[in-house]
Design a protein around this ligand. Structure first.
Ligand code: SAM
Length: 236
């Protein structure tokens, strides 16, 4: 599979170590295959080791919000439809979810939402200009609960400082998880980044505009507590 080869190549180049995901793919439905053919050119970006002018991707020049790991994209599309004064870029490696969201965007001609299928670490490092992003949404990142897997967690100091570098002053990072111990790790990791501040001094209440995600529903069924973390960039 093309994306796996490219991710492997980056690893062999020594640019990216441990991944925060395992690539899984179920058979695609016909509509998902059609979406890849019909809509990729207009509504998806291809990974390039080159900084892109993100504002030129969208019809309107307005604040850019990046969502990392959107899964099936149900929350993503609702937020983008409700907040049409912002542009959204969704990053996801999971082909089934990616093609499902691409199909929705294409069928409904959504002009403030685009997607890219690649490792978010590479996308942010290589394609996104510093101080160009108004917000990051990271809803239910893989919790990697076992001790020996925890190095795979996305929210680690290096990634947090990459997010902070890409944010504009005043921009935010909004993370939600159903794994309480990971939630504490997030608060602690963000606290180590000097340019970030946590106005809630810990966890925050859910934002009224955040829809319940697919992964969250599974966590609620298992009676997991949902924890929300919101930090902001206070200086350059
Ligand atoms: C637990 S799922 C949550 C999905 C969705 N946000 C939800 O709440 O239903 C985490 C998602 O993050 C994606 N992911 C993990 N690491 C990623 C990375 N480095 N780049 C892009 N996607 C990633 C996975 O493929 C997976 O679909």
């Amino acid at each position: 599979m093309e994306i796996q080869k490219r991710v492997d190549k980056k690893e062999s180049d020594g640019k990216r170590g441990i991944k925060s995901f395992v690539l899984r793919t179920n058979a695609l439905s016909l509509y998902q295959k059609e979406a890849l053919e019909l809509y990729s050119e207009t509504y998806a970006l291809a990974y390039k080791e080159e900084v892109i002018e993100t504002q030129k991707l969208f019809k309107k020049n307005q604040p850019l919000i990046i969502e990392i790991g959107f899964g099936m994209g149900d929350a993503t599309k609702r937020i983008a439809l409700e907040q049409h004064d912002k542009n959204f870029l969704g990053i996801e490696v999971f082909l089934n979810g990616y093609s499902k969201l691409l199909s929705f965007i294409g069928e409904n001609k959504i002009d403030n939402l685009k997607v890219i299928r690649f490792d978010a670490v590479s996308v942010l490092s290589d394609m996104i200009l510093d101080e160009s992003v108004s917000g990051f949404h990271i809803f239910f990142p893989d919790p990697w609960p076992k001790k020996r897997q925890q190095k795979r967690r996305l929210i680690q100091p290096e990634f947090a400082s990459l997010l902070a570098r890409k944010l504009k002053v005043g921009g935010y990072i909004y993370c939600v998880t159903d794994w309480v111990e990971y939630a504490h790790q997030m608060v602690d990791v963000f606290a180590t980044i000097p340019t970030l501040t946590n106005p809630f001094k810990g966890f925050c209440e859910p934002r009224s505009w955040r829809p319940t995600t697919s992964f969250e529903k599974k966590g609620i069924e298992k009676e997991h507590q949902i924890k929300e973390i919101w930090v902001e960039k206070r200086s350059g």
